[in-house]
Ligand binder design. Structure first.
Ligand code: NAD
Length: 291
């Protein structure tokens, strides 16, 4: 069984990016600058944003963290976004989701300049992805593609089941896996909360990408021998034996599923670090679009 080690893979990507940044510096060029906007005090969001900013520093990018209180109005946030769109010093930026209930996420996504949308959420970038045109690919699905590619996982002609149809993971994942690329060229089935006989479908899969947000949802009886399983879910489960009081689990019942797999990504240390590496790749790409 191959462990799809997202931590080690993302470290290799970060080293490659750091070498690119060093080249830019030696040529006297501007280094990429990523900004992150965080609205409110959500604990998980703070952790994600801090780790994105820290990763920027590690590869030599400039980074700016804009922290706004939960009481920030939609108008104020849109003004911040407009400022970032017009700030030539910022090459790309993200607005960490979820946003407080009084702010319309769609309005925010539409306000981000497509050329700075390193999360790849703007409809123009989603459209470009669907057409196979150069663009920013959404970080989590692209991180998974990168992981499958670097581990030489054969995807062409394989039956790939994606569980979950969210705009940021499941739906773009299904598009990327079905495109005429390598990795890609898979026969994709996108299953969701209304799917009937889900276990029958997953048992026939060669590759299962699990992104539905339910701890240990994918169990051993739902998986055939030799399957490749990629676990996107992240959940904090109370655990008094840990200093932090919790441990992280994914959407896959890892202990029981792993023995049946030809390859599997763990949680933590799988898709999470790949998402950050992918965001850094997009930010490096942004600099060539801006200058
Ligand atoms: P979401 O809640 O937006 O979407 C969940 C999807 O799962 C929905 O489309 C729904 O139809 C489907 N679903 C729900 N119940 C189902 C069922 N019983 N059977 C089949 N499908 C079902 O979730 P999301 O934003 O895509 O996130 C999914 C998980 O991935 C969460 O745990 C999230 O924390 C995690 N996540 C991790 C990363 C990372 O970097 N590792 C990034 C994004 C999300």
């Amino acid at each position: 069984m191959i462990l799809l080690d997202g931590k080690a893979t993302s470290n290799s990507i970060k080293e490659e990016i750091a070498a690119e940044v060093e080249k830019l510096k030696q040529q006297g060029k501007k280094v990429p600058h990523l900004a992150a906007v965080l609205v409110g005090e959500d604990g998980a969001s703070q952790t994600y944003v801090n780790s994105k900013v820290k990763s920027c520093e590690r590869v030599g990018f400039d980074s700016t963290l804009i922290k706004l209180p939960a009481s920030t109005s939609e108008e104020e946030l849109l003004k911040t976004i407009d400022d970032l769109n017009n700030n030539d010093n910022i090459d790309g930026y993200i607005v960490q989701l979820p946003l407080p209930d009084h702010i319309d996420e769609n309005k925010v996504t539409l306000a981000v300049a497509p050329g700075k949308d390193v999360d790849g959420f703007h409809p123009e970038n989603v459209g470009r992805m669907s057409l196979g045109l150069p663009t920013f690919l959404p970080a989590t699905p692209n991180g998974i593609m990168e992981m499958l590619g670097r581990y030489n996982i054969e995807t062409s002609g394989k039956n790939c089941v994606v569980i979950g149809r969210s705009n940021i993971v499941g739906t773009p994942m299904s598009i990327l896996m079905s495109r005429n690329t390598n990795p890609g060229n898979a026969t994709v089935t996108l299953v969701h909360s209304r799917t009937k006989n889900l276990a029958e479908i997953t048992r026939r899969a060669d590759i299962i990408i699990v992104a539905l947000g339910k701890p240990k949802f994918l169990t051993a009886d739902m998986v055939g021998e030799g399957t490749v399983v990629v676990d996107v879910g992240i959940h904090r489960i109370e655990d008094s034996t840990k200093k932090s009081g919790f441990r992280l689990v994914g959407d896959v019942d890892y202990e029981n599923v792993a023995p049946k797999c030809s390859a599997i990504s763990p949680v933590p240390g799988g898709v999470g670090p790949m998402t950050i590496a992918s965001l850094l790749q997009n930010t490096l790409k942004a600099i060539s679009l801006q200058h």
